[in-house]
Design a protein around this ligand. Structure first.
Ligand SMILES: C[S@@+](CC[C@H](N)C(=O)[O-])C[C@H]1O[C@@H](n2cnc3c(N)ncnc32)[C@H](O)[C@@H]1O
Length: 212
């Protein structure tokens, strides 16, 4: 599998280079995920069965993962991702409109991952706590955070373990958000969803999806 030379947001092949100017999102939901959210809180170390794939909670990274998942090679660069995680660890106000995070915007990656305006893509949608939402390719959790603040049961899938852990840090105070490190094409869930989002991901299909 080819690995982008530099951060995928910065060094991607020219034909794939796209600077997202707007955010987008989609909604989903159900009772299985209420149970999952409860499990995340109460049974954090027990295997979580989701159809034929079993996810185990990694309490250090705060993510659900399978023992066999190979992290995909998408990255903004090690230094950038370390910096994003470090900022989030030191941030008290992690909200989607956080001024603390807005002040940390100094370059393209910090703008992409911390800007509150990216959630404008999702703001037109009515999302509430009765819904179950599946976010595919959640990256470092900018939009996951917004979705989670609605109170909906959010399952966010991210192929890069490092980025999944950054998303988990962004949502560390939201018990209704579950971050799963897995490939989109392998992820399975026992329940359905009211809304599914795929934002800024499809253009990477030639790089990170198996088959055609
Ligand atoms: C451009 S980022 C968008 C992140 C997020 N949706 C956002 O808007 O902030 C694309 C993300 O999708 C993830 N991704 C791409 N292909 C994937 C796959 N096959 N399985 C899981 N994650 C994938 C990448 O790792 C990356 O974090």
């Amino acid at each position: 599998m080819p690995r982008p030379k530099r951060g995928a947001d910065h060094g991607r092949p020219r034909r794939l280079r796209r600077r997202p100017t707007d955010p987008a999102r989609a909604p989903f939901g159900s009772a299985h995920f209420a149970a999952v959210a409860h499990l995340v809180k109460a049974v954090r170390t027990r295997p979580l069965p989701m159809n034929d794939r079993t996810y185990i909670f990694d309490s250090e990274l705060r993510i659900w993962r399978t023992p066999t998942h190979d992290s995909i090679a998408y990255s903004d660069g090690d230094e950038v991702e370390r910096r994003l995680l470090s900022i989030l660890k030191q941030t008290r106000d992690l909200s989607s409109t956080s001024d603390e995070l807005r002040k940390q915007i100094v370059d393209w990656p910090t703008e992409y991952h911390f800007s509150p305006t990216r959630a404008n893509l999702l703001r037109p949608f009515r999302i509430d706590k009765s819904q179950r939402i599946l976010e595919l390719g959640c990256g470092c959790g900018n939009l996951t955070r917004y979705l989670g603040e609605s109170g909906a049961h959010v399952t966010a899938v991210e192929g890069s373990v490092v980025r999944a852990s950054i998303a988990a840090e962004r949502c560390r105070d939201l018990a209704n958000v579950m971050i799963v490190a897995d490939s989109i094409e392998l992820f399975t869930s026992a329940g359905g969803f009211d809304m599914v989002t795929l934002i800024g991901v499809l253009e990477y299909a030639p790089l990170f999806f198996r088959g055609r």
